[in-house]
Design a binder for this molecule. Structure first.
Ligand SMILES: Cc1cc2nc3c(=O)[nH]c(=O)nc-3n(C[C@H](O)[C@H](O)[C@H](O)COP(=O)(O)OP(=O)(O)OC[C@H]3O[C@@H](n4cnc5c(N)ncnc54)[C@H](O)[C@@H]3O)c2cc1C
Length: 669
C-alpha cells in the first residue's frame, strides 16, 4: 500500500513587523539567560548592518556565555514570538546577518574547540570559533579545516556553515557543506538534535521513534520526493552553486544528509549549536605560478586546461584591480613580481615536499607551452613571497571599494558563478552589461577555477533613479548567469541581495519546495525572516537609499585618505564585528595604530567632548586603550538627546547602558 504524503503549506508571506513587547522580552532574557543582554541604542546601532548594502535595526542583542544559554535565549524568544537571527563575525555581504530580530552573537563566548579526533580527521566546535583560531589550535595535529574565505581571520565556523562559505582553497576541498560531518541543531520550537547522513535503516528508526524528529525527517523526505525531478533539472551541476537550500543533499539515491542540506540556510531554518567538521592535512609545501594573459577573459578561457592539473587554488585577477592597488600604494613589492599581462591566473600546488610541489607547478607550465593558452609565467616557491602575492588577491574587495577619485563601489552582484568551462564567455557578456549600465570601471577577479566571479560595482544607491538602475541591472545579470547555467551566488549566499531573484534560477516548483522546507522547520517564519524564502526586496532596507541625507558637521581630523570628507570616512565603516578584536596578539598592533592619531586626540579632548564611534573595532579599540574614555554610538547620542539629557563631563558615563568593559584574549579587562 502506498503511503499518502502531506506536504506542508509553504511559507510565502513576507514577515510583518513583529508584535513583540520588547521591554518584557529584554527583562525575561536578562533574568533567564547567562550572557550579556543588550537592548541599548548603541548596541542595536552597531549590530544593524553586516558587510552588505543593507541595514535593519535589531530588537536587541544577546551574547550568550554558553551554548546552553543560547538555547534558553531561543526559548525566551519563542515565548515572546520574537524573531531570531544568529551572528558570527558579521562579515556577510548579502544582508543575511542583519534583521529586526533578537541577534544571538556567538563570537564572543561560544568559541570552544570541543574535541579533536585526529585519527578520524574530525573535530567538534562551537559555532563562534574563528577559522584562523581553529586552524591554529589544530596545528599540532597537522590537520586543518579546508575551505578558507578571505575573511579567515574574522569569520566564524557558524557563519561559514550559515553561508556555505568557500574561498580559494575550495578549489581543492570544496564548499563548507562538503566538509561538515554532523551538526547539532536547534529549531525555533525547541527541538534539539544531531543530524548527518541517514541511511534507510536509520531513517526507519527515526520514524519509529516518533515525535518532532520523525515529523521533520518524514516531511523532508516527502517534499524532496515530490519535487525530485525538478530539483535534478534546476540545480546546476557546477562547483559553486551556493544559492538556494541544498535540497540536492536529500535526493533519493543519495546519503540523505540533513547536516549538509542545512549548510547555507543562513539561519533561516535552525540554529547551529555545535558542528562536527571533516579536516584535511595541512600541505607541507606549496608552489605558486602566476600566468599572465592578454586580458581577464583570455585568462578565463585557459581555466579548464589548468584545472585539469588539480591545483590547490586557481584564482583570477584583472588589470583594473591591479591598477587600483597600484594607485592605493598597496603591495608594491608583490605587484612588481607579476609577469606581463592584462589578466592573471594565480595557481598554487601543494606537495609533501617543496620539490614535489615545484614539480607539479613545472608540469603545468610545460603543458601550457605552445598551446593557444600559453601565458607569460612567473614562478615562486618562497613562503614569504607567496604570502605577499596572495595578499594582492585577498585584498581584492578592500582595494576595489574606494579608489581615490573614483565612484564608490558596492556589493550586490559580487559572487556569481558559472560552469568553469563557460567562464570566458560569461565574463565578456558581463563586461558588456556593465558598460551598458555605465558600471564599466568595475574590476573582475575571483575563484576562476570554480567559475566564481567577484566584482564591486559603482551602483548609485542614493538616488531613486540610481536604485532603479541597480534593480534593473540585477535583473539582467541574473538572466545572464541563468542563461550560462550558473548560480546567482557562488560564495556569499542569497540573504536579501539575491532572495528576490531566486525564482529566475530555480523556477516555481523548486521555489515551492524551498518554502515547504521552511514550513517544516519554521512555520511561523521567526528564524531570520525575509532571507532566502519570502524575501525582502533587493531595493528595501538599504543602508543608504534615496532619503539618505548625511550631515556635514565641523570635525577635528583632516581625513586625507578620503579627500577631506568626513562622510566618506564614515562610510568606510561597514560595522563588521570581526571576532570583537579579541584575537591574542592583535591588541598591540591595534594600540600602535591608534597611537598615530586617535589616542593623542582622545587624551587632549576636554571631558565634555562627545567621543563618537559606530563600529565594533573602533569602539573596542578606544575602550581597551586605557585613556579612560568610551565611545558612544550615534544612536546613543540621539536617544540621549531625545530624553533631554544634558550629560556634562564624560558624557558616556551618563549615557551608556552597555554592561561591563570588553574582554581581550590578551587577558586584560
Ligand atoms: C572582505 C570580505 C571578503 C570575503 N571573502 C570571502 C571568501 O573568500 N569566501 C567566502 O566564502 N566568503 C567571503 N566573504 C563573506 C563572509 O566573510 C563569509 O561568508 C564568512 O564565512 C561569514 O562568516 P561570519 O562569521 O562573518 O558569518 P556571519 O555574517 O555572522 O553569518 C553568516 C550567516 O550565518 C548565520 N549564522 C551564523 N552563526 C550561526 C549559527 N550558530 N547557527 C545558524 N546560523 C548561523 C547568520 O545568521 C548568517 O545568515 C567575504 C566577506 C568580506 C567582507
Amino acid at each position: 500500500m502506498t503511503r499518502q504524503t502531506f506536504l506542508p503549506t509553504p511559507v510565502t508571506a513576507r514577515p510583518g513587523e513583529p508584535y513583540v513587547r520588547v521591554r518584557d522580552l529584554e527583562r525575561d532574557l536578562a533574568e533567564r539567560v547567562d550572557g550579556e543582554v543588550r537592548f541599548d541604542a548603541g548596541t542595536r546601532g552597531a549590530y544593524s548592518t553586516d558587510g552588505s548594502n543593507y541595514r535593519q535595526v535589531p530588537l536587541g542583542v544577546v551574547v550568550p556565555r554558553t551554548v546552553e544559554a543560547a538555547v534558553r535565549a531561543v526559548a525566551v524568544c519563542r515565548e515572546h514570538r520574537a524573531p531570531v537571527t544568529s551572528r558570527g563575525g558579521g562579515t556577510s555581504l548579502a544582508g543575511q546577518t542583519c534583521n529586526v530580530a533578537v541577534i544571538i552573537d556567538w563570537s564572543k563566548y561560544c568559541h570552544r574547540l570541543v574535541s579533536v579526533d585526529a585519527e578520524a580527521g574530525t573535530c567538534v566546535v562551537e559555532p563562534g570559533i574563528v577559522l584562523d583560531v581553529l586552524n591554529r589550535r589544530l596545528a599540532e595535529t597537522g590537520l586543518e579545516f579546508g575551505p578558507r574565505p578571505s575573511t579567515h581571520s574574522q569569520c566564524t565556523l557558524g557563519g561559514m556553515i550559515g553561508n556555505n562559505s568557500c574561498g580559494s582553497t575550495a578549489q581543492a576541498y570544496g564548499k563548507t557543506a562538503g566538509n561538515v560531518s554532523r551538526l547539532e541543531i536547534l529549531t525555533y520550537d525547541g527541538t534539539r538534535m544531531w543530524v548527518g547522513p541517514t541511511d534507510e535503516r536509520q531513517y526507519a528508526r527515526f520514524l519509529e521513534g516518533g515525535g518532532r524528529r520523525a515529523e521533520i525527517y518524514r516531511a523532508l523526505h516527502d517534499i524532496v520526493d515530490a519535487h525530485a525531478e525538478e530539483i535534478r533539472r534546476r540545480f546546476p551541476d557546477i562547483p559553486r552553486r551556493v544559492s538556494g537550500y541544498n535540497l540536492d543533499e536529500l535526493l533519493p539515491g543519495g546519503a540523505f544528509n540533513l547536516a549538509r542540506a542545512l549548510v547555507g540556510s543562513e539561519g533561516t531554518l535552525a540554529v547551529v549549536l555545535r558542528a562536527e567538521l571533516c579536516l584535511v592535512p595541512v600541505p607541507k609545501a606549496e608552489s605558486l605560478v602566476i600566468l599572465g594573459y592578454h586580458d581577464i577573459a583570455a585568462a578565463a578561457d585557459a581555466v579548464p586546461r589548468i584545472a585539469a592539473h588539480r591545483p590547490l587554488q586557481l584564482e583570477g585577477v584583472d588589470d583594473k584591480l591591479i591598477g587600483f592597488e597600484r594607485r592605493l600604494g598597496m603591495h608594491p613589492e608583490a605587484l612588481g613580481r607579476l609577469p606581463e599581462g592584462g589578466g592573471w591566473l594565480m595557481v598554487s600546488f601543494p606537495g609533501d615536499s617543496q620539490r614535489k610541489a615545484d614539480k607539479r607547478a613545472r608540469a603545468l607550465t610545460d603543458a601550457l607551452e605552445g598551446t593557444e593558452h600559453a601565458p607569460h609565467v612567473a614562478f615562486f616557491d618562497k613562503e614569504k613571497v607567496e604570502k605577499g602575492l596572495w595578499e594582492v588577491r585577498e585584498s581584492g574587495l578592500g582595494a576595489t571599494a574606494r579608489v581615490p577619485g573614483m565612484r564608490e563601489t558596492w556589493e550586490g552582484w559580487e559572487d556569481s558563478a558559472v560552469p568553469p568551462e563557460r567562464l570566458g564567455g560569461y565574463l565578456r557578456d558581463l563586461l558588456r552589461l556593465l558598460d551598458e549600465f555605465d558600471y564599466g570601471d568595475a574590476a573582475l577577479y575571483g575563484h576562476f577555477g570554480q567559475g566564481c566571479v567577484h566584482t564591486r560595482i559603482p551602483f548609485d544607491l542614493v538616488t531613486a533613479d540610481g536604485i532603479a538602475a541597480f534593480g534593473a541591472f540585477l535583473d539582467r545579470a541574473a538572466d545572464l548567469v541563468v542563461a550560462y547555467g550558473g548560480s546567482l551566488s557562488g560564495e556569499h549566499g542569497d540573504g536579501q541581495s539575491r532572495g528576490q531573484l531566486l525564482p529566475k534560477m530555480f523556477g516555481p516548483e523548486v521555489m515551492e519546495a524551498f518554502e515547504q522546507v521552511k514550513a517544516v522547520f519554521d512555520p511561523g517564519n521567526r528564524m531570520n525572516p525575509g532571507k532566502i524564502v519570502a524575501p525582502n526586496g533587493v531595493g528595501e532596507n538599504l543602508r543608504l537609499g534615496a532619503d539618505w541625507t548625511p550631515a556635514d558637521p565641523p570635525v577635528t581630523f583632516g581625513y586625507p585618505g578620503d579627500e577631506g570628507s568626513f562622510q566618506r570616512a564614515v562610510m568606510r565603516c561597514c560595522g563588521l564585528a570581526g571576532d570583537f578584536g579579541f584575537t591574542a596578539g592583535h591588541l598591540r598592533v591595534s594600540m600602535a595604530c591608534a597611537e598615530h592619531e586617535l589616542l593623542p586626540a582622545l587624551r587632549a579632548a576636554s571631558p565634555e567632548t562627545l567621543v563618537l564611534a559606530d563600529g565594533f573595532s573602533c569602539r573596542t579599540q578606544i575602550e581597551q586603550s586605557g585613556v579612560g574614555r568610551q565611545a558612544l554610538h550615534l544612536a546613543e547620542i540621539l536617544a540621549a538627546a531625545q530624553r533631554g539629557a544634558s550629560p556634562g563631563a564624560y558624557p558616556e558615563r551618563q549615557i551608556l547602558r552597555r554592561p561591563g568593559r570588553p574582554q581581550t584574549l590578551d587577558g586584560r579587562r
